[in-house]
Design a protein around this ligand. Structure first.
Ligand code: HEC
Length: 223
């Protein structure tokens, strides 16, 4: 009598084999620190960048944009250094995506000045003629909701105190509303008068876009 003629025993043994396989290949790696690398040079998002990230998700940007540069020659030539696991330590959920209707954005931080983004977000075709990206001009007409910023950064474990979060928001607001802000003209061009002294959703999305890949670029520049 072999096991093949005993369906119940066979089913139980198969279940055990699959269970062991699942534990070894899925659950043990989940608990191993080496699968979740954290590096000093990757900094968590500021409260404003995090709000921008949420708006990015809400806007469905990741339906058209990936955020992972694969280690392929063509991609590295086009976008820059390929993505490393530690870059996503603060991403919950990650936004690697799978569709590239638009270009990958994992290295877009610092590629353009803020002014380019204000024009592009409000009217993509104005800076990129044949773009099929939809306009998001209305984001500049919405005041940024920061009511939950403290809670969000706390839940994600970014380690900021409430004062730090408040200061990050105030600092970014001071930056973009300052008379010496380099992208002032472009910002005023898309932001209604009554919101020019406030933070808008578009300000936050741009803060987030400028963060993507910034830490890696800084590290490269330092070397
Ligand atoms: C329907 C698909 C689509 C959606 C949705 C979309 N985009 Fe795009 N995006 C594109 C395409 C196509 C391009 C390339 C042409 C251009 O520059 O507009 C692009 C370009 C960009 C670029 C410039 C990238 C570079 O390296 O030149 C940025 C930044 C960007 N999109 C941000 C966003 C953000 C933020 C959102 C969500 C608020 C968004 N996109 C939503 C299709 C999309």
């Amino acid at each position: 009598m072999d096991v093949y003629s005993k369906p119940v025993v066979f089913a139980v043994l198969s279940a055990i084999v699959i269970l062991v396989g699942t534990v070894v290949t899925v659950f043990i790696p989940m608990l191993m620190p080496s699968t979740q690398p954290v590096s000093d040079y990757i900094k968590p998002y500021t409260a404003v960048e995090l709000e921008g990230r949420d708006i990015y998700i809400r806007g469905g940007c990741n339906n058209c944009h990936t955020q992972t540069v694969r280690p392929l020659r063509t991609e590295v030539l086009r976008y820059g250094e390929y993505s490393k696991p530690e870059e996503f330590a603060y991403d919950r959920p990650f936004l690697w995506g799978s569709r590239r209707t638009g270009p990958d954005l994992n290295r877009v931080g610092g590629k353009y000045p803020d002014s380019w983004h204000y024009k592009h977000m409000a009217d993509p075709q104005s800076v990129s003629g044949k773009s099929n990206m939809p306009p998001y001009a209305w984001m500049a007409q919405n005041r940024l909701d920061t009511r939950y910023s403290v809670r969000k950064t706390r839940i994600l474990g970014y380690g900021y105190t409430e004062e730090e979060v408040v200061a990050q928001i105030a600092d970014y607001r001071a930056k973009v509303t300052s008379p010496s802000y380099k992208s002032k003209r472009a910002r005023n061009g898309v932001t209604p008068k009554e919101l020019r002294d406030e933070l808008t959703e578009m300000d936050a999305v741009i803060a987030y876009l400028q963060k993507l890949g910034r830490d890696v670029k800084k590290l490269e520049a330092g070397n």
